[in-house]
Design a protein around this ligand. Structure first.
Ligand SMILES: Cc1cc2nc3c(=O)[nH]c(=O)nc-3n(C[C@H](O)[C@H](O)[C@H](O)COP(=O)(O)OP(=O)(O)OC[C@H]3O[C@@H](n4cnc5c(N)ncnc54)[C@H](O)[C@@H]3O)c2cc1C
Length: 473
């Protein structure tokens, strides 16, 4: 005898992916339903055994700064369930049918189920980019070679950096980090802090989202911090002994002996489910949500699986960051229940740091770089100014190089980049606020910002930089 499911007739929201974007959507939907006095079921499907963790904290876990993997989890599955989300873990959504409004999912342990939805939220994130040379003929990752994307990867790296030997043979603790973006830089910091002799190899520059004069400052600092930085190179070959990496050969012909290879090559949106269901994707492979994050009638998407509108040029870009995933997820949670919240787009604001014995460099950017601004048709003027984070007589003062990029015709601020010492990079948020308001370089130079000797110079560093560019223009 079958018993009718009493929830079958209730409004049902299904969320695929239960991390930053997905769980923000799930909880906001529950809050909105409660506020509206509506009976709604929220089902979240997650293929791993982890939910709501900070991938952003993984490099600091691997370095030993964060003591345990659990500390990266914001909420346990039990807590989500206690708050009302029907969270189904270790299940992989395999098919979306937009006609029957159903999702099919497979239990990782075996077995399949189909669940009906009224509203669907896609929050499947992104896949780490795995180059061909990192994979064996059997499709497995070469031993010692691993990406950094989720908590299973974090556990792998934690185990590896803690291990002193493999098969009874002492590990020599040499690391190659491939990729010079923020994850590569943060993982290079982690490996150095764990005592690995570390080489960072990157296709172009370190932090190539900066202009080359600014990324060169980062390269110098990372190099000074004990990492051998090789720019403008790719991996041409890998030497494998007993299934384990022994060395990598770069396109410059140089062989780098190594025991481990960290893959920090970026991500690509995980959109295969939606594509198979007929949803459109953009040039960069992500879903193309409207400003309410809707991708089709009754279907929303949020987080790394989406492209986002970059506000200055008004075009879709990839900006796979946790800060956007959380905000977009929340908007989905409102709007699945008829709200009309909008995601306003991004500026490409980002921040990171590299710290090792004796070196502390912070890096931040917002808006357009010189090349992007020029390609977008702006009449670009830019200037780098080196100032300080505190008055010259204060012991905590550290240097801060600020690059200001503006449009000569309209004097509109277009972008700001910062490379400096401790307490420098978070100043980028002031610049982001000026960009957000579409203000001018003169506005940034003259607006009322705070000053006291431990915190700033009397002409705050980014104001000094803006003033100099304003004078020159
Ligand atoms: C090392 C590292 C450092 C980072 N540092 C920062 C930082 O400092 N600042 C910042 O803003 N961002 C940072 N990020 C980026 C940030 O972590 C991501 O942007 C964010 O996690 C994206 O959230 P999401 O929910 O869209 O995707 P994810 O976090 O990838 O979550 C997607 C979830 O969907 C699940 N899933 C996928 N497909 C299926 C399926 N078919 N069925 C069921 N479940 C599925 C996945 O298992 C996953 O749990 C960092 C990322 C990494 C890897």
């Amino acid at each position: 005898m079958t018993t009718a499911d009493p929830t079958e007739k209730r409004e049902r929201i299904v969320v695929i992916g239960a991390d930053a974007a997905g769980m923000s959507a799930a909880h906001q939907a529950l809050r909105s339903a409660k506020a509206a006095g509506r009976d709604v079921d929220v089902i979240a499907l997650e293929k791993t055994s982890d939910t709501s963790y900070s991938a952003c904290g993984i490099p600091y876990l691997v370095s030993g700064t964060v003591g345990a993997t659990d500390e990266l989890s914001a909420r346990t599955p039990e807590k989500h369930r206690a708050m009302g989300v029907d969270l189904r873990m270790n299940v992989t959504a395999t098919k979306i049918d937009l006609n029957t409004r159903t999702v099919t999912y497979a239990h990782n342990a075996g077995g399949e189920e189909v669940v009906r939805f009224d509203k669907l939220v896609l929050a499947t994130g992104a896949h780490p980019i795995i180059p061909q040379w990192a994979v064996t003929d059997g499709g497995e990752l070469v031993g010692g070679v691993h990406p950094v994307k989720d908590l299973d990867h974090a556990r792998h790296w934690l185990d590896l950096v803690s291990r002193r030997s493999r098969g009874g043979i002492a590990i020599r603790r040499r690391a190659a980090v491939v990729g010079g973006g923020y994850i590569g830089v943060e993982m290079a910091e982690a490996m150095v802090q764990r005592g690995f002799s570390t080489t960072l190899l990157t296709r172009s520059a370190v932090m190539s989202s900066l202009d080359s004069d600014m990324s060169e400052r980062v390269r110098e600092a990372v190099q000074a911090g004990g990492v051998d930085v090789i720019t403008n190179t790719t991996i041409a070959d890998i030497d494998i002994v007993d299934g384990h990496v022994r060395s990598v050969t770069a396109s410059n012909g140089q062989v780098y002996p190594t025991d481990v290879v960290v893959l920090g090559l970026g991500v690509r949106p995980a959109t295969e489910l939606g594509v198979a269901a007929g949803l459109p994707i953009g040039e960069q492979g992500g879903y193309l949500p409207n400003e309410r994050q809707e991708v089709a009638e009754g279907v929303w998407a949020a987080g790394d699986c989406c492209e986002v509108i970059e506000r200055i040029r008004g075009k879709y870009v990839l900006a796979p960051l946790g800060t956007h995933a959380n905000k977009q997820g929340r908007i989905c949670g409102y709007d699945v229940l008829g709200g009309s919240h909008a995601f306003p787009g991004v500026l490409g604001t980002a921040i990171t740091r590299f710290v090792s014995a004796g070196t502390h460099v912070e890096v931040a950017r917002t808006g357009l770089g010189t090349r992007e601004a020029t390609e977008a048709g702006y009449d670009v003027e830019s200037l780098v100014t080196v100032g300080g984070t505190a008055s010259g007589y204060m012991p905590e003062r550290s240097p801060i190089a600020t690059k200001i990029i503006a449009d000569r015709r309209t004097r509109r601020l277009l972008g700001v980049q910062i490379v400096g010492g401790a307490q420098s990079a978070k100043r980028i948020d002031t610049a982001a606020a000026v960009l957000w308001g579409e203000m001018s370089v003169d506005d940034l130079a003259t607006m009322d910002l705070s000053y006291a000797p431990p915190f700033a110079t009397v002409w705050e560093a980014i104001q000094l930089a803006a003033r100099r560019l304003s004078d020159r223009m």
